[in-house]
Ligand binder design. Structure first.
Ligand SMILES: NC(=O)CC[C@H](N)C(=O)O
Length: 199
């Protein structure tokens, strides 16, 4: 049966994720209201600005229902700001920033620094043939992961070489970069597979 995937639509690049998932044959709805959280099999959290996303998630009364679904095992995938929203911990977090959490990791926001605000690079990605072309925009990296977290990709070159930029813990997946921009659908396809297997 077709899975229904919700894209959190309070802020960020919602449209690109909707398009990528629709391409893959998923039924996609946008999630802005608490009752919509009940209608989905899985959640995608887009890139954007995590401080704003967090504020809006709380203002729209979405934090509690989303945390509950995640705690019950609902699959979720977050890119960039979405990765931050799925992190249990933020390094040097602003006192008022909260996350939904779920992945036992510490992320560092805007980690690549001002000199390289945005960049593109090729990555090896666990389980994929050939590299992934990854677009980073004021991206976080993963500073530290707990035992249950599988590292899927690290930066290959430059000052940030070795930094973790894609992870999975159970049904939760996160990337520092933006696979929703561009034509490569392998990462979204991987997530759809996780969702199908979780049912
Ligand atoms: N492209 C992005 O999603 C950027 C993330 C943003 N820097 C944040 O901290 O939320």
């Amino acid at each position: 049966m077709t899975v229904t995937i919700g894209v959190l639509a309070v802020q960020g690049d919602v449209r690109e994720h909707v398009a990528a998932l629709t391409d893959l044959g998923a039924h996609v709805i946008t999630v802005r209201r608490p009752h919509e959280v009940e209608a989905i099999d899985a959640l995608v959290i887009p890139g954007g600005e995590s401080t704003v996303m967090d504020k809006l998630v709380r203002a729209f009364d979405l934090q509690e229902p989303l945390r509950k679904r995640l705690a019950d095992g609902m699959p979720a995938y977050g890119s960039c700001a979405g990765m931050i929203m799925l992190a249990d911990r933020i390094a040097d977090a602003r006192a008022d920033q909260e996350t939904l959490g779920g992945i036992d990791m510490t992320v560092r926001r805007n980690a690549f620094g001002r000199q390289v605000d945005s960049f593109e690079t090729e990555l090896d990605y666990a389980g994929f043939d050939g590299s992934v072309h990854a677009v980073f925009i004021r991206a976080p990296w993963v500073e530290e992961v707990g035992e249950g977290v599988e590292v899927l990709a690290r930066v290959r070159h430059g000052a940030a070489a070795g930094r973790i930029v894609a992870v999975r813990q159970g049904n939760l997946m996160a990337t520092s970069f933006h696979p929703e921009v561009g034509e490569d659908r392998r990462i979204h396809a991987e997530f759809v597979r996780i969702v199908e297997q979780s049912r």
